[in-house]
Ligand binder design. Structure first.
Ligand SMILES: NCc1[nH]cc(CCC(=O)O)c1CC(=O)O
Length: 309
């Protein structure tokens, strides 16, 4: 392998940096390469700059990735490290998700101030979350809860909680683990009643199609079960058009050469939903996710995606 430095792009949030360093450390270990071979390049994205409105309002997931992708296409970066769940289902031409690191825990965690569990919060309690999926799932479980938009860095959200702005908030367990903050967690939600976002807990690497030097670099750190489960989940999202405006949850699990996917779409008020569980061969992971999405979409009908907001 050549030893010209690899430029690794990342956002500058503490979580993004932790993920970029994890990817770099795995690359160093897999190839027995020194730190100097990797240069971590930190970019600020539009999604980082605008923190007072929900993602759906300001234009969706691509806001966290556009700057990194422009530099990948231009050749100023060799790879970019992302949270897979923040990745749009359609990538710019010439780029692809070339590797996935071994997945962290996929579940959502509760950080409760006035009660540890969502079911025990006082009547009419306020919960902060800007995720449409989490908002809808909370309302399904507890229609009396007042859900307010709550964006920003993990530390900002925890500070707002401490200040008493909300009774509880929800965060991805994976992010809290990567930041070394698991001690704030008061409950962990069962993925069957509270499905995570597709691709939650998985770090992916985006790079140029046909860049064999980078493909060879990444091959030994790619985790096959994560690649298959996330490909299945992202195909589900894509079949439902991945719009930021529909609450969508779902996760896949591999066992031997088999994969099982469970997915859910719901209305923002949490009152209506359509669910699916589907099994197949891991070879067909993406096709399975597509079929699950098409099935749910057909059962829900087009009005499901428009009528409720
Ligand atoms: N949208 C923000 C985001 N993107 C990825 C994670 C957590 C880490 C992961 O799921 O891999 C988070 C924070 C959160 O949802 O609490």
């Amino acid at each position: 392998m050549q030893t010209k430095p690899f430029r690794i792009g990342t956002r500058g949030s503490p979580l993004a940096l932790a993920q970029a360093y994890e990817a770099r450390d795995r690359l160093m270990a897999a190839h027995n390469l020194p730190e100097e071979i990797f240069e971590i390049v930190v970019l600020t994205t539009k999604g980082d700059r605008i923190t007072d409105r929900s993602l759906a309002e300001i234009g969706g997931k691509g806001l966290f990735t556009a700057e990194l992708e422009q530099q990948l296409v231009a050749g100023d970066l060799d790879l970019a490290v992302h949270s897979s769940k923040d990745m749009p289902t359609v990538l710019p031409e010439g780029l692809y998700l070339s590797a996935y690191l071994p997945r962290e825990d996929i579940r959502d965690a509760v950080v409760g101030r006035t009660a540890p569990k969502l079911i025990d919060l006082p009547h009419g309690a306020t919960v902060g979350s800007s995720s449409l999926r989490r908002q809808a799932l909370i309302r399904r479980m507890r229609p009396d809860i007042n859900v307010i938009t709550f964006r920003g860095l993990v530390d900002t959200r925890l500070r707002k909680l401490q200040e008493g702005q909300v009774d509880a908030t929800l965060l991805a367990l994976a992010g809290l683990k990567r930041l070394g903050k698991v001690e704030v967690i008061t409950d962990i939600l069962d993925p069957d009643s509270f499905p995570p976002a597709p691709a939650q807990g998985a770090i992916c690497i985006e790079s140029r199609i046909g860049d064999t030097r980078v493909d060879e670099l990444l091959a030994p750190i790619n985790d096959a079960p994560t690649f298959d489960t996330v490909s299945c989940e992202r195909a589900f999202l894509a079949a439902l058009d991945g719009s930021c405006r529909t609450p969508i949850g779902g996760y896949a699990v591999c066992e031997g050469d088999q994969i099982r996917f469970s997915g859910l779409i719901l209305t923002p008020d949490g009152r209506h939903h359509h669910a699916i569980t589907i099994d197949g061969n891991r070879r067909d992971a993406a096709a399975l996710g597509t079929r699950a999405g098409q099935d749910v979409r057909a059962r829900a009908g087009s009005s499901f995606f428009e009528d409720w907001s």
